[in-house]
Design a protein around this ligand. Structure first.
Ligand SMILES: NC(=O)c1ccc[n+]([C@@H]2O[C@H](COP(=O)([O-])OP(=O)(O)OC[C@H]3O[C@@H](n4cnc5c(N)ncnc54)[C@H](O)[C@@H]3O)[C@@H](O)[C@H]2O)c1
Ligand SMILES: N[C@@H](CCO)C(=O)O
Length: 347
């Protein structure tokens, strides 16, 4: 039975939920999944860092108070985030990277991924920055170092989209997609349909763990733009850069706009879409769209997301499920580990 040693980089909502999952389910995974996980390192800018080569108590970590330097209160912990040491020297086989998404240059997460891959460690991440901005380089680095680089949670949280489309829709010649790809903005629009103001709806999304560290990334569409780039490059072989995708968010929509749409049998949705053109190029955009109530994406409410892939063989194939949430996204990290385990097991 395999035991993977895991280091958690960024110990906010997602990696803390992963620690909770490990605390509650690790024993069962031995028989269910054929492996178990041992946390050997944790590092976080706010909480500090801690290495325990013999294994740290996942339950204690999951219950750690969210106060500055909290990891220094545990034996051997420090107030500094010793990211490089935890990534390279904690003895981890897998780095679970879940620091904040930087939509501008993907840092420092991209460097964390590079350090790990260069050191021969598998990387699982929910961070959209490194994939959208440096995905090709990091995938090549992983290949050269014969390790896995998995990022299912970077699009639609725990809902399987990337692997599902790449594996089970392989050969279907996907030629475009459109979707609701941001939990926060869809949650905000749903709240506003119920009469709640924009600022209060954003505050609730933050409290529920859906929003980015800077929620303007959610409501201005920048987060969706990263996801559109990831999906287009993965599934349409598009080689898009972030600047190729036009982007408009939902912050200009008022309660009046939303109420008027409802009276007319329609709903505002933030849509991310990409289409293969006749010349083979791929065009992509992020924009609020007014959808009639009978549109398949119109009924998607709250933090739920959905994406419809179009293929000449199948027509539209739509996947829907949680688009954000701490535990839902932690599950995506587990699904990445399951995937790398099956790859490692067959080599
Ligand atoms: N929460 C979700 O629903 C969700 C869903 C999908 C993807 N994601 C992505 O997953 C990642 C983590 O999300 P989260 O909700 O846990 O965010 P979070 O803000 O709760 O946690 C991020 C943590 O990273 C730490 N951090 C920031 N900079 C750091 C640095 N330089 N070194 C070490 N630690 C650093 C912060 O202190 C914080 O504790 C983000 O990239 C986010 O975009 C989140
Ligand atoms: N802030 C993001 C998290 C998931 O990527 C959202 O609300 O969709």
């Amino acid at each position: 039975m395999t035991e993977y040693k895991l280091a958690l980089v960024g110990f906010g909502g997602v990696n803390r939920a992963l620690a909770q999952l490990i605390a509650e389910r690790n024993e069962g995974w031995k028989t269910e999944l054929g492996f178990s996980l041992k946390i050997v390192g944790v590092t976080d800018l706010f909480l500090g860092s801690l290495v325990g080569r013999e294994g740290l108590d996942a339950g204690v970590l999951a219950r750690l108070p969210s106060v500055k330097g909290a990891l220094a209160q545990l034996p051997g912990g420090t107030v500094e985030a010793l990211n490089e040491a935890v990534i390279k020297d904690s003895g981890a086989d897998i780095i679970a990277e879940a620091t904040f998404t930087n939509p501008v240059d993907g840092e420092p997460a991209t460097s964390f991924c590079r350090w790990a891959l260069e050191a021969g460690k598998h990387v699982v991440t929910t961070n959209k920055g490194p994939i959208a901005l440096h995905g090709a380089e990091l995938k090549a680095l992983a290949l050269r170092n014969k390790v896995a680089f998995e990022y299912e949670g970077s699009v639609m949280s725990g809902t399987p989209v990337i692997r599902l489309a790449k594996q089970t829709l392989a050969g279907s010649a996907i030629n475009g997609f459109e979707g609701i790809l941001n939990g926060t903005s869809n949650f905000v629009l749903t709240c506003m349909e119920g009469g709640l103001g924009f600022a209060e709806a954003v505050r609730q999304a933050q409290e529920l763990g859906y929003a980015e560290a800077d929620p303007s990334a959610d409501v201005e569409g920048y987060d969706v733009r990263l996801k559109v780039v990831i999906l287009a490059n993965e599934l349409l072989d598009a080689k898009l850069q972030v600047s190729d995708v036009s982007c408009q968010g939902i912050s200009a929509l008022t309660l009046d706009d939303i109420a008027k749409a409802r009276q007319e049998g329609a709903r505002w949705k933030l849509i991310g879409a990409a289409t293969r053109q006749a010349d083979g190029s791929v065009s992509a955009r992020v924009e609020p769209r007014l959808l009639r109530n009978d549109h398949p994406l119109a009924a998607i409410s709250g933090a739920t997301n959905a994406v419809s892939f179009t293929s000449p063989l199948l027509g539209a194939v739509t996947v829907s499920g949680p688009g954000a949430g701490r535990m839902e996204t932690a599950y995506a990290l587990l699904s990445d580990i399951i995937s790398l385990h099956s790859t490692v097991a067959t080599h």
